[in-house]
Write a protein that binds this ligand. Structure first.
Ligand code: CAO
Length: 258
């Protein structure tokens, strides 16, 4: 079983008419334009980056219970509160200790620019395709601020009203593919950033506790990709461990929040 993941509406366009008996539908040629054309350009540039992959399993059992309380509190203030604001804030707290993962690589690959702001990009499935708007200055924001901005971004994305400001200056990204389904992924870095994480679906599964007893756990897989020209595996693993420890012991986030 999995934690309730509402499957977002299928945005794929209908290309073919309903099948008629005995007739083969004609091929359809569609020029690539708009967001799809931009995706061709960005992904072609991303292909130049040697991607390093790193995956782990996160036990979200404590967080699932805490999120329920936060969701009720946020609802009383008129805001939807998913898991994303906590994943995003935990990433920012971890980036404080690993600023190299919040860096840009310049065009000639001669410099690393450590970015002052944590502008965390969120992959959003929109009616026109994949877009990655970012929440600016997450390092200065509470989880409630992030939830408020994420709801606004999601709403603008659903109406195709994201602005160029929403889409530019991202410094790090998260992609919640688990809200649609799946466990592991192989996310593609958005140049000039150096890292991205793909979140799998939260599932209820058995694991062994400290005394070898079987425990019911809420588990999520994380798949990171990092630019191996400038990030080594040990750095990615240490960052992931810290992010994981914030999510597995959410009270630790309180200790480090400004
Ligand atoms: N596992 C289980 N449940 C999940 C989940 C996960 N990984 N992610 C979200 N959910 C739950 C949420 O908690 C919410 O349930 P509640 O009503 O109990 O809160 C429900 O599913 C719907 O969440 P949501 O999708 O509206 O909100 P979100 O903040 O979790 O995610 C967004 C927002 C924009 C990331 C998401 O809507 C989306 O577009 N995901 C697709 C991203 C994508 O396409 N990535 C691939 C990029 S590469 O092509």
């Amino acid at each position: 079983p999995s934690v309730k993941a509402k499957t977002p509406a299928p945005f794929q366009k209908k290309i073919f008419q309903p099948l008629e008996a005995g007739k083969v539908p004609a091929d359809v040629v569609e020029p690539l334009k708009g967001i799809q054309k931009a995706m061709v350009k960005t992904m072609t540039a991303a292909l130049m980056i040697p991607h390093f992959g790193y995956c782990d399993e996160i036990d979200l059992t404590n967080l699932v219970h805490l999120r329920k309380q936060l969701k009720d509190l946020a609802k009383s203030r008129g805001i939807n509160f998913s898991y994303m604001p906590i994943f995003i804030k935990a990433a920012s707290l971890a980036l404080n200790q690993f600023p190299i993962l919040n860096a840009h690589v310049d065009d000639k690959v001669e410099n690393l620019i450590y970015k002052g702001s944590h502008n965390i990009g969120i992959a959003v499935d929109t009616p026109n395709g994949l877009l990655v708007p970012n929440i600016k200055n997450v390092q200065l924001k509470s989880c409630f601020d992030i939830a408020t901005e994420l709801s606004a971004l999601q709403e603008r994305a659903g109406r195709n009203q994201l602005t160029p400001t929403d889409l530019k200056d991202g410094t790090f990204s998260l992609s919640n593919i688990g809200s649609i389904g799946g466990t592991y992924a192989k996310p593609v870095i958005l140049p000039p950033t150096v890292a991205i994480g793909a979140l799998g679906k939260i599932q209820v599964l058995p694991r062994f506790g400290d005394h070898d007893q079987v425990v019911k756990c809420h588990l999520m897989q994380i798949s990171w990709s990092a630019d191996h020209r400038v990030i080594d595996g040990a750095t990615m693993a240490r960052f992931s461990n810290l992010w994981k420890s914030y999510l597995e012991n959410p009270s630790m986030m309180l200790l480090d929040m400004k």
